[in-house]
Design a protein around this ligand. Structure first.
Ligand SMILES: NC(=O)c1ccc[n+]([C@@H]2O[C@H](COP(=O)([O-])OP(=O)(O)OC[C@H]3O[C@@H](n4cnc5c(N)ncnc54)[C@H](O)[C@@H]3O)[C@@H](O)[C@H]2O)c1
Length: 264
């Protein structure tokens, strides 16, 4: 059996949101390396190296929170390839550690919009195609904060708990249509996500309450600065497994990728 046939994603049409950076970029690259056709979406710049190296990569630039942006992106993907086999909901932002006593309305709306509303809109947009095809796989990138109250601020925590619930709901509702919906729960990963924190909504008291928990699963450099031990490729491999035929009876699962942080 060849290496590529073991991966179980070759020739699949895969939508990856947040493909310009971090986990989404690593995921897009891994799918391309495994001979999938990737339709990447991001509000940021095109990942030029991916585009240069893979003619099986299409980039669609969009702010997915804009009205109509999700439907337009999915319809462009379907027009181009005639099907959608996999959706990876990866685009997301961090909150500024605000708590129930400090959360600002704008911060709540911003985080919920991209972390929860957009993934649900994307699932709604791809499901008719997956139903017609009698198959498909959705992988939602949630977080340890999707199952813990002690890993982030209230907006991020609520958005990721919401995404966990949506994942299970979609899995059960469509399991007889050959459609699977799973999620990953990464621990801290070294990416650009800190740049999405809006510092005018940063809550130091919230940060101080949660940071000791985060520190329990990171390493430290020689100066004592926390360094994540989980890499973007570690998360990408988990996503690719859940999207592939290798996991065909795994449906509604939320897999921690956090080197045992989930055990506490
Ligand atoms: N980095 C971590 O420690 C960590 C841990 C657990 C879960 N996650 C989750 O992983 C996912 C990816 O995050 P990352 O760490 O790779 O961060 P990142 O900032 O490196 O990448 C996120 C990408 O999403 C894109 N994006 C943000 N808002 C968008 C919008 N409105 N429309 C389109 N694209 C948009 C950004 O431009 C960026 O390219 C997120 O859902 C995040 O919550 C990250």
């Amino acid at each position: 059996m060849s290496k590529s046939s073991v991966s179980g994603v070759q020739n699949k049409v895969v939508i990856v949101t947040g493909c310009s950076s971090g986990i989404g970029l690593a995921t897009a690259r891994l799918f391309l390396d495994r001979q999938a056709l990737v339709f990447g979406i991001d509000v940021g710049a095109i990942p030029q190296k991916l585009a240069d190296e893979h003619n099986t990569f299409t980039f669609h630039r969009a702010n997915l929170t804009n009205s109509g942006a999700v439907d337009e992106a999915v319809s462009q993907c379907h027009q181009q390839y005639g099907r959608v086999d996999v959706l990876v909901n990866c685009a997301g932002v961090s909150d500024g550690w605000s708590s129930a006593d400090s959360i600002h309305e704008d911060e709540w709306e911003r985080v919920m919009a991209i972390n929860l509303t957009v993934p649900i809109r994307l699932m709604k947009a791809v499901l008719p195609f997956m139903k017609d095809q009698k198959g498909g796989a959705i992988v939602n990138v949630a977080s340890k904060a999707g199952v813990s109250g002690a890993a982030a601020g209230i907006a991020y925590t609520a958005s990721k708990h919401g995404l966990v619930g949506a994942t299970k709901n979609v899995a059960w509702r469509f399991h007889q249509d050959g459609i699977r919906c799973n999620g990953v729960l990464p621990g801290g990963v070294a990416t650009d996500i800190a740049s999405s924190v809006q510092m005018d909504h940063f809550d130091p008291a919230g940060f101080n309450a949660f940071f000791p928990i985060v520190q329990m699963h990171v390493s430290k450099d020689s100066e004592g600065t926390p360094v994540p031990v989980i890499g973007v490729d570690d998360v990408a491999r988990g996503i690719a497994f859940l999207a592939s035929d290798e996991s065909k009876m795994i449906n509604g699962a939320l897999i921690p990728i956090d080197n045992a942080w989930s055990t506490i």
